[in-house]
Ligand binder design. Sequence first.
Ligand code: FAD
Length: 356
Amino acid sequence: MTLFEQAAELREAGTGIVVMPNGLRALDALGLAEDVRRYDMQAGHWGLRDRLGRPLLVTGLAEAQQVVGMPAMIERAELHRALRAPLPPGVVRTATSVERLEPDLTGVTVISDGEPVARADAVIAADGIGSKLRARLFPGHPGLRRTGRMDLRGMLPRPPGMAPDLLVSQLVDRRNGAMFGLFPVGEDRLYWFTDSRLDGTPPDADEARRQMLSLMADWHPLITELIEATSPADIYVDPIARLAEPLPSFAVGRIALLGDAAHAMPPDLGQGASQAFEDAAALTRHLKGGEPADVTQRLLRYDAERRPSANRIMRAASRQSRLTSQTGVKAWLRDTLLRAVPSRLAARQLAALWHA
Ligand SMILES: Cc1cc2nc3c(=O)[nH]c(=O)nc-3n(C[C@H](O)[C@H](O)[C@H](O)COP(=O)(O)OP(=O)(O)OC[C@H]3O[C@@H](n4cnc5c(N)ncnc54)[C@H](O)[C@@H]3O)c2cc1C
């Protein structure tokens, strides 16, 4: 097996990432969960709140945990280490951008820089949200669509003595549809993210940080404190995009798509990576014990298993994004309804979101 990576070295931009209970179960199946589960979130409360931190919908994590288990909140670099650790030396070939795949009756030739770099029985295209390989496999597909939102992500040490009230919270502002999320990473670090409207091209981290400080100046004081305490060098800015339409298939002959290449979605459900882990677990199961001659059939079974559920999550992530970014009367209605939801029902809703 060979893994081609276009980057010169394997390294991951900082900040945290949530791995949902379904993603953890997929990692269990792949024998990769142990180090990730060390970052299981501790029981406490999860809350959707208004910009001042007042509860709209707050529920005990333990209640949702009983139904589906707890997610893990881990630093991206740590997650990468856990995924890479079992790979034998020589499997990863960095600085190799896969330009195209040339399938024939007996296998697939992998082309980089105009030259063949490998021949394989099957190829898994996992080249992320901007997948070139997806575009080549489905030339008629409209590709990505920007959602008109941008996200900032930051990480910092947890300030000593910080009250836990707003941990594991998402604060929303119905005046402009902006959101701020706050999660603990282990005992001593915090991961925060913002989601807000983006007109035009995304600003650099310095400018984006200034914009958020101004947009959130009259929010709960902790928010601006945390953004101010995060150096622009530790802030990442992403314009948000999703697949304009679901793909007609995750498998074409001996080639399968996995992760964002197959089902790029907005990050609002925190499911992108977990869906990729589910893909990987399903592929492993379907390809295990196979012969080169039956690869196509096996990849079709992978497609039949994964496409309906990954596409359902992709649609749900877009719905969630619309729900939290609403403004005006719709947002007022949302907040009024959320305040009326009993905590027990909220736990079930949260479990449904986590389980996906
Ligand atoms: C702001 C934000 C917050 C998010 N938060 C979460 C979260 O909390 N939880 C969660 O589950 N998901 C989250 N996501 C989504 C998550 O990051 C993605 O779903 C996940 O990284 C997808 O993994 P992937 O392996 O498919 O693609 P990537 O992580 O994009 O990996 C693709 C890799 O392929 C390489 N590559 C690309 N093209 C080529 C080529 N031609 N040849 C060789 N190599 C190539 C790239 O360099 C890269 O290393 C978030 C996304 C954003 C934008």
